[in-house]
Design a protein around this ligand. Structure first.
Ligand SMILES: [Zn+2]
Length: 313
C-alpha cells in the first residue's frame, strides 16, 4: 500500500473593503478609544453597529457612544489559541454587552482559566497600545470590579476618519488527498499520468477521487492515460494572480487526455493565446523538477473531431 500523502495547505487572500459612514465611525472611534453604537428606530443601541435597522431595514446613522465597561452574556473557553487570534495564551471568547448597549460584541477575555469566567461577570476593554482603526484596537477584555464608566457622549465625527480596511482572510489546513490521488501524485513523479477505472460504468477518472460519482462505487483499477490529449474547452486568463509568475494573457483549458473519460485542467503554452481552440491536440510538458505537468503544448497533430470529445467539455 503506497503512502497516503498529506501536506499543509493555506488558503489566504487580503480582502479590501470600504467602510461606509457607520463602520468608518465605529473603527475610527476605536482608534480614539471611543466605542460607538448605532440607535435603531425603536430606540435600541446596537454595538457593534450596523448600517440598516434589523427590524425595519431602514438606513440608520444615529451614532451614540457607549461605555468601555460591560457584562459577559455568554462565553466559551479557547484552550489552544491559533495564529492570528487576539491572545497567544488560552483565553475566553466572550459576548460582552457594553454599558449603554442592547446587543453584545464578540471579543477575547484575558482570564487565568475557565474557572475565572462566568456569565454575568463585569469586564472592561483593554486597549491596544498602538491603534490604527481596527477591531484589534481592542486588545481584549479584562475582569473589572469598578463602577460602570460614563461615556463622554461623542457624536461620531472624527478628523482623519478611517474609510477602508484590508482584512486578511486565511484558512490553514492539513490536506490529505486520500489513497487514489496519492497514487496519482506518486505516479506523476515517474512522469506517468494514472487514473482509475470504475468497475461498473468503465469510465476512467483522471485525477481519480477513489470513487465513481455516477455509480457510487469505489474505483481501484489503475489505468495509465495520455500524455497526449485534446483541448475540450478553455478560457483566456487576463488577471495576474499574486505569487504566480505567468505572464497574462494565457490560456487555461480543460484537457481530455487520451484514454480518460474526465477532462482535467491545465495551462496551454507553446502557442499564442489567441490561436488556442477546441479540439487542439496537446501533450504534457513536465516541470523542471519533473513532479507534475507544468503545462501542455501543441503536438502538431490535426485537431480532434468534435464528436470525439463532446462529452468531455
Ligand atoms: Zn461508474
Amino acid at each position: 500500500m503506497p503512502e497516503v500523502l498529506k501536506a499543509p495547505l493555506a488558503v489566504e487572500f487580503p480582502f479590501t473593503r470600504s467602510l461606509g459612514p457607520v463602520q468608518s465611525a465605529f473603527l475610527t472611534g476605536l482608534r480614539e478609544r471611543v466605542v460607538l453604537g448605532v440607535r435603531t428606530g425603536d430606540g435600541r443601541t446596537l454595538v457593534p453597529p450596523v448600517e440598516y435597522d434589523p427590524v425595519t431595514a431602514e438606513e440608520i446613522r444615529d451614532l451614540v457612544e457607549v461605555a468601555p465597561t460591560g457584562t459577559v452574556t455568554t462565553w466559551a473557553w479557547n484552550h489552544e489559541p491559533r495564529r492570528g487570534q487576539p491572545l497567544d495564551t488560552p483565553f475566553a471568547w466572550v459576548l460582552v454587552r457594553l454599558d449603554g448597549a442592547d446587543t453584545a460584541l464578540l471579543h477575547a477575555l484575558d482570564a487565568p482559566g475557565p474557572d475565572a469566567v462566568r456569565t454575568g461577570m463585569r469586564v472592561r476593554i483593554r486597549w491596544a497600545e498602538e491603534r490604527a482603526g481596527s477591531i484589534t484596537d481592542i486588545a481584549c477584555f479584562e475582569p473589572y470590579d469598578g463602577e460602570a464608566a460614563q461615556p463622554a457622549g461623542h457624536n461620531g465625527e472624527f478628523a482623519d476618519a478611517i474609510t477602508g480596511i484590508v482584512a486578511p482572510a486565511r484558512l490553514d489546513y492539513t490536506y490529505s488527498p486520500g489513497r487514489a490521488q496519492s497514487a496519482y501524485i506518486h505516479a506523476l513523479g515517474d512522469r506517468r499520468i494514472v487514473g482509475e477505472r470504475c468497475p461498473s460504468c468503465r469510465k476512467v477518472y483522471v485525477p481519480p477521487r477513489g470513487a465513481c460519482p455516477t455509480c457510487g462505487v469505489a474505483t481501484a483499477e489503475q489505468v495509465e492515460v495520455g500524455p497526449r490529449g485534446t483541448v475540450t474547452t478553455f478560457c483566456i486568463v487576463n488577471i495576474k494572480a499574486k505569487n504566480l509568475d505567468i505572464e497574462v494573457p494565457y490560456v487555461y483549458a480543460h484537457i481530455a487526455l487520451d484514454g480518460a473519460d474526465l477532462a482535467l485542467h491545465g495551462r496551454i503554452g507553446g502557442i499564442p493565446y489567441d490561436q488556442v481552440r477546441m479540439g487542439l491536440r496537446v501533450e504534457a510538458v513536465w516541470s523542471d523538477d519533473a513532479r507534475y505537468p507544468d503545462h501542455y503544448r501543441p503536438t502538431g497533430e490535426p485537431d480532434a473531431e468534435y464528436d470525439t470529445y463532446k462529452e468531455l467539455l
